[in-house]
Design a protein around this ligand. Structure first.
Ligand SMILES: Cc1cc2nc3c(=O)[nH]c(=O)nc-3n(C[C@H](O)[C@H](O)[C@H](O)COP(=O)(O)OP(=O)(O)OC[C@H]3O[C@@H](n4cnc5c(N)ncnc54)[C@H](O)[C@@H]3O)c2cc1C
Length: 199
């Protein structure tokens, strides 16, 4: 799959994109591939283009179009800074929820899984690059999994493997890497810290 187009690029029609905006494989703004803060304009009168300092009319109209796409309104009042909890997810909310599910599932995966459990875990993991709604995330994961095949041998191997895949994304996004030792992973995803603050 080709690399997604982001902020500094142009859309298919040649219009400049607001910073952080990601285009899908169809060349259109991809809502589930884009963080909400990059999707909406930053103020009622201005647009994300002002943040970027690239106030071309193309950029402004792109930002307005994004807001209209996101909210089904055009020229509407400012989009609120924080969205109600029942709004559809953006790339970050979906990511956090997916990682929570995956790391927690790994933390509770048996140390000695049956062949059936292994097969099902493999099937779950292999479905991600096919089904994950953020297309460029899925595409990166697919490439990453080719180089690093899933370890479903038991919860230690699986937890580490997932942690490393998550760290690959963290690294790509310029975030800190997580300690993939089982102690840190169990503390985060299963047992909570020893100070009892999560008990
Ligand atoms: C398969 C997949 C691919 C993704 N690809 C992209 C992408 O290409 N581009 C993009 O913008 N976003 C991508 N995301 C979303 C991205 O990874 C984050 O979920 C999102 O940016 C929100 O980040 P966050 O800082 O809130 O914490 P997250 O990265 O979501 O992490 C949630 C929590 O997990 C813990 N944690 C962090 N790292 C690890 C680790 N290595 N192992 C175990 N626990 C850890 C931390 O406590 C953290 O608070 C992807 C998500 C998934 C599930």
């Amino acid at each position: 799959m080709p690399e997604p187009t982001t902020s500094s690029s142009s859309s298919k029609d040649g219009g400049k994109l607001p910073p952080g905006m990601v285009l899908g494989p169809d060349g259109k703004p991809c809502k589930i591939c884009t963080a909400f803060r990059h999707w909406k304009p930053s103020s009622p009168t201005g647009s994300t283009s002002q943040q970027a300092g690239t106030g071309t009319s193309n950029t402004k109209s792109a930002a307005a179009a994004m807001a209209a796409l996101a909210y089904g309104t055009n020229g509407a009042p400012a989009v609120p800074e924080t969205r109600p909890a029942n709004c559809p997810p953006d790339v970050e909310i979906l990511g956090r929820a997916t990682w929570t599910f995956l790391h927690t599932t790994a933390a509770y995966y048996p140390e000695k899984p049956t062949p059936n459990q292994r097969a099902n875990m493999l099937s779950l993991i292999r479905s991600l690059p096919i089904l994950y709604p953020c297309s460029h995330c899925a595409s990166h994961l697919e490439d990453n999994m080719k180089a690093n095949p899933p370890d479903v041998s038991g919860r230690f191997g699986l937890s580490r493997w997932l942690c490393e895949r998550h760290n690959d994304v963290n690294e790509r996004l310029g975030k800190k890497k997580f300690d993939c030792g089982i102690k840190s992973l169990d503390e985060r995803w299963k047992d909570g810290p020893s100070d009892g603050s999560c008990d």
